[in-house]
Design a protein around this ligand. Structure first.
Ligand SMILES: Nc1nc2c(c(=O)[nH]1)N[C@H]1C(S)=C(S)[C@@H](COP(=O)(O)O)O[C@H]1N2
Ligand SMILES: [Mo]
Length: 314
C-alpha cells in the first residue's frame, strides 16, 4: 500500500518513519532478506536519494529490533526542564531555541574552547545507530540516533593525564524551560562519565534521530546517549563538557542518592529500592520483556567493570 502510494510522492514528502517501516517490510518480503545482499537496487525509485532512511545495511552497532515510532519517541519523554509528565516535553518546548548554540569545553584539557554547535559537529562523520534504550522507571524504547562518538571529540581536545572523568551540563534558561522555575531537581541538570566510559565506542553525542535534527523534547541540539546505562545518564541540551580529576556530582544522585548511583548501569540483578529492575515494558508493547545485563551491551562494556562490585557501585 505504501509502496504504491509512494509512486506519487516526492521522497521529501515522506516521513522518515514511514520510509523506515516501509523498507523493513519490503526487505522481509523479499527472498534476499537475511542474505545481506545489495537489495538497494531493487527498491522503488522514490526510496533512493537523500531522504532515504536508514542507510542500506545494518551497521555493527545496530540492534535488529524494530525502532519505536517517531511519534512515540517524540511524545513520551523525560525532560524535567519542561515538566515532569511524559507528555510535557513535547507540549512545553515549542518556545525553546536550540539555535544559535554554544558548547564550552574546559577543565583538564589541552585545547579548551567555546564552539558554535555547527563548528563543533562539522569535523565528524555523523552515523545512524539503532540503540536499545532503558529508562530507570522500567520502560524501554528502540531509537535510531544520529550522532558521532564522544571519543572523537575527546581525542580532538586532548585531555591532560589528570582527566579521569567527564562532566556535562544542560542549559539553564528558565524563560524557555518552564520546568526550571520549580525546584523539582537542582538546576542545571548535570551528569558525568568515567573517562573509559566516555571513550567507549558506543557512547554518542547525538544531534538527530530518524535522520532528522533532534526535536526539542529529545534534547536539541545535542545530547548524550549511553545505551548500557539508565536513560537519565543521557543528559540533554548540553552546553558544557568539563574534564575533571574526580567523580563529578550528578543530578539524580544529588536528588536521591540511595536510589540513583553514579554508574547506573542497566542491571536486572540490582533492584531500585522502590521497584524491581528485572523486566521492562517496551513502549508500544503489551507484555513485559526481561531486562538484559548492561541493556544487552555486555559484550562491548562488561570488561570496563571487571573487579567492581556492581551492587555497591550501582
Ligand atoms: N537535561 C535533562 N536530561 C535528561 C533528562 C532530564 O530530565 N533533563 N531526563 C533523562 C531521562 S530520565 C531519560 S529516560 C532520557 C529520555 O530521553 P528521550 O526523551 O529522548 O527518550 O533523557 C534523560 N536526559
Ligand atoms: Mo529515565
Amino acid at each position: 500500500m505504501l509502496l504504491r502510494r509512494g509512486g506519487n510522492l516526492k521522497s521529501s514528502e515522506i516521513t522518515p518513519e514511514l520510509l523506515y517501516v516501509n523498507r523493513r517490510q519490503f526487505i522481509r518480503s523479499t527472498s534476499f532478506a537475511g542474505l545481506g545482499l545489495a537489495y538497494e537496487f531493487l527498491l522503488p525509485e522514490f526510496l533512493s536519494g537523500q531522504d532515504r532512511w536508514p542507510r542500506g545495511r545494518k551497521g555493527p552497532f545496530d540492534t535488529d529490533e524494530d525502532p519505536n515510532s517517531y511519534k512515540d519517541i517524540t511524545t513520551y519523554n523525560n525532560f524535567y526542564e519542561f515538566g515532569v509528565d511524559k507528555s510535557d516535553p513535547a507540549e512545553n518546548s515549542a518556545a525553546f531555541r536550540p539555535k544559535p548554540w554554544t558548547v564550552r569545553v574546559e577543565g583538564e584539557v589541552k585545547k579548551p574552547a567555546t564552539y558554535n554547535l555547527e563548528d563543533l559537529v562539522k569535523p565528524y562523520r555523523l552515523e545512524d545507530r539503532i540503540y536499545r534504550m532503558r529508562c530507570v522507571e522500567g520502560w524501554s524504547m528502540v531509537i535510531p540516533w544520529r550522532g558521532f562518538p564522544l571519543a572523537d571529540l575527546i581525542r580532538k581536545v586532548e585531555p591532560t593525564s589528570r582527566a579521569k572523568f567527564v562532566a556535562f551540563e544542560t542549559l539553564f534558561r528558565p524563560e524557555e524551560m518552564p520546568g526550571q522555575k520549580r525546584s523539582v531537581l537542582q538546576w542545571p541538570y548535570v551528569e558525568g562519565l568515567r573517562m573509559d566510559e566516555a571513550l567507549n565506542p558506543l557512547t554518542l553525542l547525538a544531534v538527530g534521530l530518524y535522520g532528522k535534527d533532534l526535536a526539542n523534547q529529545n534534547g536539541a541540539p545535542m545530547r548524550l546517549v549511553v545505551p548500557w546505562k539508565y536513560g537519565f545518564k543521557g543528559i540533554k541540551s548540553i552546553v558544557k563538557i568539563r574534564f575533571v580529576q574526580s567523580q563529578p556530582p550528578t543530578t539524580w544522585n544529588i536528588s536521591a542518592p540511595e536510589e540513583y548511583g553514579f554508574y547506573s548501569n542497566v542491571n536486572p540483578e540490582v533492584d531500585h529500592p522502590r521497584w524491581s529492575q528485572k523486566s521492562e515494558r517496551r513502549i508500544g508493547e503489551f507484555f513485559r520483556r526481561k531486562t538484559l545485563m548492561f541493556n544487552g551491551y555486555a559484550d562491548q562494556v562488561a570488561s570496563m567493570y571487571s573487579g567492581m562490585d556492581l551492587k555497591r557501585n550501582f
